[in-house]
Design a protein around this ligand. Structure first.
Ligand code: NAX
Ligand code: K
Length: 469
């Protein structure tokens, strides 16, 4: 893989993977000191952009994160900023000691620091394994509170890098978090990601790590071919249940996410069906229609025995299918045929699926999504403020934080419709899940505050426009 490709810079690493990647670079001839210089100077440039000509305080801890801090401080000093270092602990690594020796500026006590412009947290990074002791916690929070802007280097102190769990209560909120070398899971996991402010990545030459997770990015979606035909563009069949109105939101989004033809099978046609949506009462005919390239089942399905039978019939058709909402609660292992499927559970539906598929439900969200994907052989989109996508082959995609205004009724129906539309178009479950999730997040961003699910569904079209090749 070419080193500079987007794929390398979008990988998300565990602490163990990051250490292995650094060891590869060192084995290839780079020194730890050179990596620290590259990381610290790259981060220093971000600090300079925030600080302008302003004053900066850098808090340095004992490990290599502290070492980065000494490099950042020297970089700022060289560039004319008023900079001072608070040394929380003596450097305990050789690289950190070397970085400190190269710093020619002021070192002050935490108590002496008055209000300044920018605080830089280099107390601990990815090496933190336990809660901050009281003296360091007080120092971190006290200093953070006395600065106008707060920048965390690599991982904010007090955060577990692999999980995003806060090891101390009431940690500071950051203006900016600068990841070094590669993204870490904490940058995308709650609660840590909510307090990180903007996030930026400094490239230090890390290469591709096999099996690494990656960040969801804007997909490239082709416009229909010159000779496109409505069926070949993707025909989506929506299986409506006891409350067919819920499926209308999915349909509204699906009509704007690229599929060429939408048909809804419902016992009773709901009110307010847009003229573009074809409604049939003959679900078996729709399921047997060879032109249907994907199905969506779940929104408004209900949880009755009849709904369970309808779900089983739908899955028996063996088409690529998005399974959402009530269908996730009714799903049983015997219903799956091996056709490409996308499951879109939130937390409660995930717990129901774990029970149905004999899983423990233990572990981090991404681990639970991975276990569910393996057990179902489906792509799992585990929804929440930190949505993750897991594929049956061990693929893992984490999503940057989306608008918190998405926490409104009906947005799940919109997501399912968007993914289903992409599945009808490209037939690939993982790709459809990624494209649909990105379009959904971008549609929310475009809507701004306090939108309705219907407005979100309409905005999917504007999001799609940004993806066209
Ligand atoms: N290794 C490398 O090649 C590079 C490392 N980099 C930096 O190095 C960081 C990781 O360095 P380290 O592994 O030294 O980790 P940290 O700098 O996070 O510090 C870990 C050290 O603190 C101790 N420690 C952990 N939790 C503690 C606690 N609660 N109270 C007191 N002491 C505690 C550990 O025993 C360890 O000695 C990254 O976050 C990044 O900032 C970058 O400079 C890029 C290059
Ligand atoms: K830090």
């Amino acid at each position: 893989m070419p080193r500079s490709s987007d794929a390398v810079l979008s990988q998300v690493l565990t602490v163990a993977q990051m250490r292995a990647a650094e060891e590869d670079l060192i084995a290839a001839g780079t020194s730890v000191d050179a990596l620290m210089q590259a990381a610290g100077r790259g981060a220093g440039e971000w600090v300079r952009r925030i600080a302008g000509g302003g004053s900066v305080t850098v808090l340095c801890g004992p490990g290599n994160n502290g070492g980065d801090g000494w490099v950042i401080a020297e970089y700022l000093r060289e560039h004319g900023n008023s900079v001072q270092v608070v040394q929380a602990r003596e450097p305990a690594t050789e690289a950190a000691r070397n970085a400190k020796a190269l710093y020619g500026g002021a070192v002050v006590s935490a108590d002496s620091v008055t209000t300044r412009d920018v605080f830089v947290d280099c107390l601990f990074g990815s090496g933190l394994t336990r809660a901050l002791p009281d003296d360091l916690y007080d120092m971190l929070c006290g200093l953070a509170g006395r600065h106008r802007h707060r920048i965390a280097i690599d991982v904010p102190s007090g955060i577990d890098s692999d999980s995003g769990v806060a090891l101390n209560a009431d940690l500071p909120h950051w203006t900016l978090t600068v990841a070094l070398g590669a993204w870490k899971h904490a940058h995308f996991a709650m609660p840590a990601c909510a307090a990180m402010g903007a996030t930026r990545l400094v490239d230090i030459g890390v290469t591709a790590v096999p099996g690494a997770a990656r960040v969801l990015h804007r997909p490239r979606i082709p416009a229909p071919a010159a000779d496109a035909h409505k069926y070949r563009r993707g025909m989506l069949g929506l299986v409506a249940g006891e409350m067919p109105g819920a499926g209308l939101l999915s349909a509204t989004a699906a009509l704007r996410a690229g599929a060429g033809y939408l048909k809804m099978a419902a016992k009773l046609a709901p009110a307010g069906v847009p003229p573009e949506l074809v409604v049939t009462t003959d679900v078996d005919a729709m399921l047997a229609d060879a032109r249907v390239s994907a199905l969506l089942v779940g929104p408004g399905l209900g949880r009755s025995d009849e709904a369970a039978r309808l779900l089983a019939r739908t899955l028996h058709a063996g088409r690529p299918t998005v399974i959402d909402a009530d269908a996730l609660v009714l799903l049983r292992p015997a219903m799956l045929t091996g056709a490409p499927c996308v499951l879109t559970p939130h937390e409660g539906e995930t717990a129901a699926l774990e029970r149905a598929f004999g899983l423990s439900g233990q572990g981090l969200r991404r681990e639970r999504a991975g276990a569910l994907a393996e057990a179902t052989r489906a792509v799992v989109v585990l929804k929440g403020p930190d949505t993750v996508i897991a594929g049956p082959g061990g693929e893992m995609v984490v999503s940057p934080r989306a608008s918190s205004w998405l926490s409104v009724a009906g947005t799940g129906d919109v997501l399912a419709g968007t993914i289903a539309s992409r599945l009808a178009t490209n037939g690939q479950a993982l790709r459809a899940a990624e494209e649909g999730l990105w379009l959904h997040g971008e549609a929310a961003r475009l809507c701004g505050p306090a939108f309705t699910a219907g407005e979100l569904a309409h905005a999917v079209q504007a999001a799609l426009k940004e993806c066209l090749e």
